[in-house]
Design a protein around this ligand. Structure first.
Ligand code: AMP
Length: 218
């Protein structure tokens, strides 16, 4: 089963992707992670093209598609792939369809985590990170220091309201095109609305599985 994940920053997309990886034995392709890997190696042939990531800009469709195609090629014998952060444009979605069909696969499911702005702001403005083990806490957990590493927890520079609202606006703009594209495709489209700040990632996981089972996917 191949899954495309959609969801704004702070939607818990990464956490849900990790859970699905374990549950279904899938492999995870995150274009953000692939680009960060390339940026660790200045000799990489795509290093120059990928550097725009550091300016907060999108990598070109052509380069992004090449990076994903290369990753799919290596993973074509896996039980399925979960795409996170890709596609971000219609042209990438069309390229993904072509790449998948060339290895006899398709996008089976699109999982859209529709998290409201209120919940995102609550989560990201309250996010506290251990600079040592990178574990994430919420200010309401009541810790001022990491319970494991005993160092003070930090707030990420981009976790401020202005930046979050800007990133959400950008996401809503590009995601609208993809939602439209996939709702007209043959992929099963699952949309979950998360509008309650107290909902845990465990509860979201359960809802995801319920939706999968309603459609005979588990
Ligand atoms: P992410 O980890 O998904 O937030 O991605 C980090 C950065 O990588 C983004 O801000 C973009 O610069 C770049 N990026 C990730 N995915 C894509 C994509 N599908 N198309 C173009 N650029 C991307």
């Amino acid at each position: 089963m191949n899954i495309v994940m959609l969801g704004p920053p702070g939607s818990g997309k990464g956490t849900q992707a990790q859970y699905l990886v374990k549950r279904f034995g899938l492999v995870h392709i995150s274009t953000g992670d692939l680009f960060r890997e390339i940026l660790k190696n200045p000799d990489h042939p795509l290093y120059q093209e990928v550097r725009v990531v550091n300016e907060g800009k999108l990598v070109s469709d052509d380069v992004t598609n090449r990076v994903v195609e290369n990753a799919i090629e290596k993973l074509k014998d896996s039980k399925g792939i979960i795409f996170d952060g890709y596609p971000r444009t219609i042209s990438q979605a069309q390229a993904l369809d072509r790449m998948m069909s060339s290895v006899n696969m398709k996008v089976d499911v699109v999982l859209d985590l529709n998290v409201t702005q209120e919940v995102i702001l609550y989560r990201l403005l309250g996010r506290r990170i251990c600079p040592n083990c990178r574990k994430i806490y919420h200010v309401n957990d009541g810790y001022t220091q990491c319970p494991d590493c005993k160092v003070p927890l930090r707030v990420r520079d981009d976790d401020n309201e202005e930046t979050i609202v800007k990133r959400l606006k950008e996401y809503n703009e590009w995601a609208a095109h993809l939602k439209d594209y996939y709702s007209k495709s043959n992929s099963v489209y699952i949309s979950l609305t998360i509008d309650d700040v107290s909902k845990t990632s465990q509860e979201v996981q359960e809802e995801v599985i319920q939706e999968f089972s309603k459609r005979g996917l588990v």
